[in-house]
Design a protein around this ligand. Structure first.
Ligand SMILES: Cc1cc2nc3c(=O)[nH]c(=O)nc-3n(C[C@H](O)[C@H](O)[C@H](O)COP(=O)(O)O)c2cc1C
Length: 202
């Protein structure tokens, strides 16, 4: 059984793309799962098809002005026909974002992504990582150093390129979201398969 995970992202300056790569690397750690990176600014017909056929879609947008970026919102609006057809209903979904400030109003962006997924009837997957960097012995090298639960919150210094920002801790946090979504998708698909077999033999 194969789990197809699409990672639909926009990135103005490469930081969100770096996270998308990390999520894809996490998905690839799970046997039976494959990841497809889809830049929502240049969507081709095969990209739309890949989104439609994916078992899970992980959404990634930078936080711009306390919200998803304009190009990502444009993509959201383009999905209204899919919404009407319930094309993404019951797919798993998750999200990640990055901003230059530690807080930066990233929660608003992830809330937007989870609401978007709910509009589509998707099943939102949380981060499931304890918060890091929240005690006197903790550090910015901790996983989930921003302390999110709804999805991945990363932080990229505004004077550093995507070769170094966001830092490794954020990238590994994102990779582990990829692992989680891949494992849960496989579990979900196997459960659906088992239910079909039971129905067929009843
Ligand atoms: C138009 C614009 C708005 C931004 N708004 C925010 C913001 O609300 N909060 C924040 O912390 N950073 C903000 N930033 C910084 C970006 O979130 C940050 O540079 C991020 O790493 C960009 O990701 P990207 O390289 O994938 O585009 C903004 C940047 C731009 C260009």
């Amino acid at each position: 059984m194969q789990a197809h995970i699409a990672i639909a992202y926009h990135s103005g300056y490469g930081h969100t793309r770096a996270l998308a790569d990390a999520v894809a690397q996490g998905v690839a750690r799970v046997p039976g799962a494959t990841a497809a990176l889809i830049d929502v600014v240049s969507l081709s017909d095969p990209d739309w098809k890949a989104l439609g056929q994916a078992d899970a879609i992980i959404f990634g947008s930078p936080t711009y002005m306390g919200a998803v970026s304009g190009p990502f919102k444009h993509f959201m609006d383009l999905t209204s026909a899919t919404w009407l057809a319930r094309g993404w209903s019951n797919k798993l979904a998750a999200g990640f974002t990055v901003s230059s400030s530690q807080a930066g109003d990233k929660f608003a962006t992830l809330s937007q992504l989870s609401t978007f997924a709910a509009q589509h009837g998707m099943i939102w997957v949380s981060l499931d990582q304890l918060p890091g960097n929240n005690s006197s012995t903790a550090s910015v090298d901790d996983l989930n150093r921003i302390g999110a639960s709804i999805g991945v919150m990363a932080q990229a210094n505004n004077d550093q390129g995507p070769d170094v920002a966001p830092p490794g801790s954020d990238r590994e946090t994102a990779a582990r979201l990829g692992v989680r979504v891949a494992e849960l998708t496989l579990r979900f698909l196997r459960g659906a398969d088992a239910a079909r077999m039971m129905e067929a033999s009843a």
